[in-house]
Structures are given as C-alpha cells and as structure tokens.
Design a protein around this ligand. Structure first.
Ligand code: HEC
Length: 136
C-alpha cells in the first residue's frame, strides 16, 4: 500500500504546481499583448497628422515628376491651374486630396485619375505636400 501511494502523491503535487505555473505563464503574455495593442494606434495617428519635412519635399518633387504640373502650378511653376493656398482656401483634407488624385470623378471633377500611376509612399508624400498649400 505505502509503496504504491508514494509515487502518486508527489505526482499529484507536481501537476498542481505545473498547473499554477502554466496559468501564470498564460496570464503574463496576455497583459503584455494588451499593452502592445494600446501603443499601435497612437503611433499611426502621429504619422498621419504630422508629415515630416522630407515627406513634404518628396511630395513636391512628385508633383512635378508625376505630371500634376502639366495642368497645375505651385509658386508660379507649372501649368495654368494654380493650386497655391488650395488647402486653406477650400478646407481640403488629406483624404479629400487622395480622392481627388485617385478618383476625381467622385468630386465631379474633369481631372484625369492617377490611379495606378501614383501609389504607396509617393502618393502619401504628394498628399502631405498638398495639405501644406496654405498661402497664396
Ligand atoms: C490634365 C490636366 C490635369 C492634371 C494632369 C492634373 N489635374 Fe488636378 N485638376 C485639373 C482640373 C481641370 C481641375 C479643376 C476642375 C475640375 O475639378 O474639374 C483640377 C483640380 C484639382 C484639385 C482641386 C483644386 C481645387 O480648387 O479644389 C487638386 C487638389 C488637384 N487637381 C490636384 C492634382 C494633382 C495632385 C495632380 C497630379 C497627381 C493633378 N491634379 C493632375 C486638371 C488636372
């Protein structure tokens, strides 16, 4: 009797301890994951609201290389339709500019769509540049 009980009792004690360790291990990374989730949207929001000087400069360059300047001018450089001060005067947001570039018909605009011609970082830089057009 005593011989058969002995190996069982320590085993029970061990599995109880293991259970405590396992549940503690489950609880710990869960808290960690919660904290990481909280950080993410804040980082993204900061990026959207504050384009860097480098992004704006790259956007201005794109304005001329992509072909906007065939029709539009900024600071006297480019085509006939002036975009100086357009962000401030008409209250256009970054999202509005993005739609104007990719789907101008949504704004009942005659402007050709640049969908597929401007994308990714170039598109976001161009939009960042347009939002800075606040002075005449
Ligand atoms: C073929 C000529 C042409 C090209 C190229 C062109 N646009 Fe336009 N765009 C227009 C015309 C015309 C208008 C205004 C009339 C309209 O919307 O129908 C306009 C309007 C706009 C407006 C709105 C201005 C306002 O007063 O609200 C923005 C912003 C704009 N364009 C940005 C761009 C950008 C950025 C590019 C390059 C990706 C570009 N355009 C390329 C012809 C062009």
């Amino acid at each position: 009797m005593t011989r058969t009980l002995h190996p069982i009792v320590p085993k029970l004690g061990f599995s109880l301890a293991a259970l405590v360790i396992v549940s503690a291990a489950f609880a710990a990374p869960h808290h960690g994951a919660m904290k990481m989730k909280m950080k993410h949207p804040m980082k993204k929001a900061a990026k959207v609201t504050a384009p860097t000087k480098a992004e704006i400069a790259a956007g201005k360059k794109a304005f001329y290389t992509v072909g906007c300047s065939n029709c539009h001018s900024v600071g006297g450089k480019g085509g006939r339709i002036k975009l100086d001060g357009v962000a401030a005067e008409k209250g256009h947001t970054a999202q509005w500019f993005k739609v104007q570039i990719l789907d101008p018909s949504a704004h009942h605009s005659r402007m050709p769509s640049f969908k597929g011609r401007v994308k990714g970082k170039e598109l976001s830089n161009l939009v960042a540049f347009l939002t800075t057009l606040k002075k005449k």
